[in-house]
Design a protein around this ligand. Structure first.
Ligand code: CUA
Length: 187
């Protein structure tokens, strides 16, 4: 190999390397732009669904009066759970739901911001006073799940937790057949 050929080879290698470096840089810039767009777009758009409620009147009338809290069996076989978070407890403190059933969780806060997290699941929502949080969930297996408040809500925060009890569907149906609202408080 002559000195000239060596030189040509090095030039080709340098050119190819530059080209690939440019392509990698373009890919990185594109990914950053996509991530930035997705993030900014999301935070600047209004929520797809916002439901407001007067937190000072929850106990007086409407969906979240005490007698309406707990688990309700709907005519279509699904279940709606209504609950409230307040300093420093959940009402009901023990939520009873059937396994293998679509569940709609509707919760709100009576005072400050709380969080509702069901351990061992991906169910995690904030309870913001003035707003109704809605989450869909489904449990395949029966059992008890801890439900701690996961948003710091003042000095009693660490003592604020509830429980979700998932029972057999037939067991739930027999308890629900008399109507009304179910919970596992005191069981
Ligand atoms: Cu409620 Cu922390």
């Amino acid at each position: 190999m002559s000195v000239q050929q060596d030189h040509d080879g090095a030039e080709v290698a340098a050119r190819v390397e530059r080209r690939w470096a440019t392509i990698s840089a373009i890919i990185i810039v594109l990914l950053v732009a996509l991530a930035a767009f997705a993030g900014i777009h999301r935070v600047t758009m209004p929520q797809p669904r916002v439901e407001t409620i007067d937190p000072s009147r929850l106990h007086l009338s409407g969906e979240f009066v005490e007698s309406n809290l707990g688990t309700a069996l709907e005519p279509d076989g699904s279940v709606i759970v209504r609950a409230i978070g307040q300093q420093y407890s959940f009402t009901p403190a023990c939520i009873l739901v059937p396994a293998q059933t679509p569940i709609t969780l509707r919760v709100t806060s009576a005072d400050v911001i709380h969080g509702l997290f069901i351990r061992g699941t991906n169910i995690n929502t904030m309870l913001v006073p003035g707003y109704v949080s809605e989450q869909f969930m489904r449990f395949e297996k029966t059992g008890d799940y801890l439900m701690p408040c996961q948003e710091f809500c003042s000095y009693g925060h660490e003592g604020m937790w509830g429980k979700v009890r998932v029972v057999d569907k037939a067991d739930f149906d027999s308890r629900a057949k008399n109507g009304g609202r179910l919970s596992c408080v005191g069981e």
